[in-house]
Design a protein around this ligand. Structure first.
Ligand code: SF4
Length: 91
C-alpha cells in the first residue's frame, strides 16, 4: 500500500495495555495518563482528541497490525486523502 496514511486513537477506549507502543514506538507512545497517543514526525505527542499523525512509509504494516490487534478497538488508520478508514473499528 503506497497511499499516504494517517492514524489516530480514541483514548476513551484505550486499555493502556501498550500493544501499539510495542509494535510501533515511533508512532505510538504513552502519556502520563497511561493512555496511548500518536506522535508527529517531530516526536511530539498529539493529545488533541482525534488528532491524526502521518504514518511513516516503513511502518505501515506495523501500524495496521496494531489497529487490528488493539484490545480497545480504538486505533483508526485512515487514508490521508479522504479520511476513509482502512484498518480499525470503522474499516
Ligand atoms: S493497543 Fe489500543 S488499547 Fe492498547 S495501548 Fe494501544 S491504543 Fe490503547
Amino acid at each position: 500500500m503506497s497511499e499516504p496514511l494517517q492514524v489516530w486513537i480514541d483514548q476513551s477506549l484505550c486499555t493502556g495495555d501498550g500493544l501499539c507502543v510495542q509494535y510501533a514506538p515511533e508512532v505510538f507512545e504513552f502519556d502520563v495518563d497511561g493512555l496511548a497517543y500518536v506522535k508527529d514526525g517531530a516526536d511530539e505527542l498529539l493529545t488533541e482528541p482525534g488528532a491524526r499523525a502521518d504514518v511513516p512509509a516503513g511502518l505501515v504494516q506495523d501500524v495496521i497490525a496494531s489497529a487490528k490487534e488493539c484490545p480497545g478497538d480504538c486505533i483508526h488508520v485512515v487514508r490521508a486523502r479522504d479520511g476513509v478508514e482502512i484498518a480499525g473499528p470503522d474499516a
